[in-house]
Design a protein around this ligand. Sequence first.
Ligand SMILES: C[S@@+](CC[C@H](N)C(=O)[O-])C[C@H]1O[C@@H](n2cnc3c(N)ncnc32)[C@H](O)[C@@H]1O
Ligand code: SF4
Length: 379
Amino acid sequence: MPTSLINKYNIAGPRYTSYPTVPYWEEATFSYSNWIKTTQKSFDQSNSNEGISIYIHLPFCESMCTFCGCHKRITKNHDLEHPYIEAVLKEWQLYTDLFNEKPNIKELHLGGGTPTFFSEKNLKKLIDGIFLIANKAPNCEMSFEGHPNNTTKEHLATLFNLGFRRVSFGVQDYSDKVQKAINRIQPFANVAKVTYWAREIGYTSISHDIIYGLPFQTIENVIDTIEKTKSLSPDRLAFYSYAHVPWIKGNGQRGFNDKDVPKDEEKRKLYEIGKSLLSENGYFEIGMDHFATKNDSLYTAFNNNQLHRNFMGYSHSKTQLMIGLGVSSISDSWYGFAQNVKSLDDYYFMLQNNKIPVVKGHILTQEDLIIRQHILNLT
Ligand SMILES: C[S@@+](CC[C@H](N)C(=O)[O-])C[C@H]1O[C@@H](n2cnc3c(N)ncnc32)[C@H](O)[C@@H]1O
Ligand code: SF4
């Protein structure tokens, strides 16, 4: 590809997980009652066919990684776990009250923040509570994001017993200098340990997140990170482009300046070298940022033209209705999108008042729906 063409399109854009993307949502068309109507319509059309998906956002992290663009709350106070789980279950109850039959859950993902901030006991309580008022659809896909520094064997065993078979671990980069700059000290041994445990317990898809373009990251660092990653043979890999969010200052913990972040040609080289190393090592690029080995179900879905992308990432099963629970989560009813309130206090307040805590969104027009379908046909 000519450099001029790359430079022309080398501009920051929104995360491409919906059409229209979040910055183009028209708030004027969105209302609480519109959202409820589209959710009920979508549920009636899809629950008894393909079932529905659930995304649960678990926002707490014990320490601040200063590169992070996720919605999180930094705290060491684990007393926050219990009320949060109770609130998520209340939100789920409010949704199920809208439906005239029990939801059939086809896909469930725990994201964050850090799901493994929560004790295994509380995670079990959460999942048991979800399925107390829902059915598990046949071949239900359950996955979670684990932090290698705090995922325990008990977390992995408990979630496996609840039906989870997929786990992704945040790795980012193994260089000491990069880890120090992003305030995330995470030795290879920690990642190796959780990866072995997950495999030993029986997880069938283990994924690692790595990033190119981090502060101070060099070509040698990318090569070393991919070599170390390869030695643990994850089934999937996310190779993300570092999204630089300079307004996040990290409470003074940020060990880098904007000038330390590789840009343009320098950043592109990190990607090119990473991508070619991944393909030499048996990882196939199945979509934006995502790679999988031939044994992984995403690779099969890619080959059979059955790959789907939604707010949770790539998946091989498609559901028309995805309900996002927890602060900042985004829901998708196919006819509309809705985002939950971001502040914890507001989230609790709205739930106490029996209100599903959506605060912004977009209802798709006929034209939006046609374009959305065409985009899906292309992928
Ligand atoms: C919620 S975290 C994963 C779970 C856990 N909190 C952890 O850090 O291990 C999701 C992933 O998003 C990616 N990520 C976060 N901020 C990013 C950014 N600014 N640019 C690119 N990727 C980012 C990281 O790879 C991270 O592992
Ligand atoms: S990368 Fe993960 S652990 Fe670090 S702040 Fe972000 S969500 Fe929390």
